[in-house]
Design a protein around this ligand. Sequence first.
Ligand code: S5P
Length: 492
Amino acid sequence: MVAKNTDEMKALAVKLFQINAFKFGDYKMKVGINSPVYFDLRVIVSYPDVMQTVSDLLVAHIKDLQLSSKHVCGVPYTALPLATIVSVQQHTPMLVRRKEAKAYGTKKLIEGIYQAGDTCLIVEDVVTSGSSILDTVRDLQSEGIVVTDAVVVVDREQGGAANIAKHGVRMHSLFTLSFLLNTLHEAGHIEKATVDAVAKYIAAVQINSDGSFIGGDKSVAEANDFSRTKLTYESRANLAKSPVAKRLFNLMATKQTNLCLAADLSEADAILDMADKCGPYICLLKTHVDIVSDFSESFIVNLQALATRHNFLLMEDRKFADIGNTVSLQYGQGLYKIANWADLVTAHTLPGRSIVQGLKAALGGANSAKERGVFLLAEMSASGNLIDEKYKENSNKIATEGGDVDFVAGVVCQSADCFAFPGLIQLTPGVKIDEGVDKLGQQYQTPEHVVKERGADIGVVGRGILQASNVEKTAASYRDRLWAAYQERVAK
Ligand code: S5P
């Protein structure tokens, strides 16, 4: 590790965390092993300032180590842009390794001008077992090129350095996983328990270059403490990228409730009455304002006062689904001016990323992304809905990758496998004491089932409470059952 520039290194570590270049959760890695921490440095191409800092640090590192070589070569694909910048900054010619030989023409695996006996420095983003570096080294060596050193951005400390050393290549990393963990802890982004648990995992899970265990304890990887359904709401608050998600996690933890009331009533007074009665038991009140026949500004003022008095957040379940420009208008303008009062809204992912960008475009001034957030629908509780696995997977990508992760607070879905990132909140509707299907295709599961089997962080209950003879008692009972199920879920 470079001793100097420590402040710059620390600032970069925090920045990488903020842009989701690495995250905590329960992830399957390329070598087929589960990990509580996952790096995805592909995202840095979208952040030129980060790209610049990383490559500047790499160049400084190469200089400090006095590594001189005739060529540089990035391990495909993530490290290619980094290697390009290093090549240009140092005036060192680059070599490009193809992953598959061309089917036509020269059939070359290595592009660029070189001679047998030339030296080449490897550039790589993240090293776990070192197998990707070794693939590149092998192809270079088969052309007679000499490789003795590799510079990498992150060493996960799982045996990669030793594995590549066996093939005569020294590894020099900018960051070790331990440095990143300690820096995030110092900066208040993760708890000490997270640092310790990841350290325990790393110590136990050392990997050979073929992906097999070196003799560590495989059960530690399998019993990943970072699976989001095993983490407490408090610790997930620290991992959340959206400020509203952070707020909601903390609210749930301190108020001890994971119940959302779906206040699907068509008269303003009836909703206010329901909000007052259920207020002490809920973390979130969900509205469909377009079904309120006597909607007025004073209704919103009164609803906000109840939200403050009883400490819950407001979600307008608008399920936006249009092009960015229309959604922006629907969110900020019109009769309801949703962006002015709803802490959270829901949106379909059908139009792609532009839906999130459209919503964000309506914000500004008092209603910044700091105070607002969206839940994206990745699944629906309606029987016969058209959502398939691919749609779910792509919805997860919108929620966890890209420049809008600070605005996405959670995902509306029905199953724990919808997303792994613990900083997002799973909202699950279709909850009732009595399981079954209503006349219009709504499917219900019990509070225990949605929390323990389906991964719900918040259970949404509408008619289960609205139609009860004693609303307060019923809301309290749903709260108790959802909360007890959550406590059982996180109990070690
Ligand atoms: O998949 C979904 C998504 C949502 S947000 N299924 C749903 O039922 N919802 C909403 O949850 C729906 O619009 C309604 O407001 C609430 C469920 O109400 P209930 O009366 O069936 O509990």
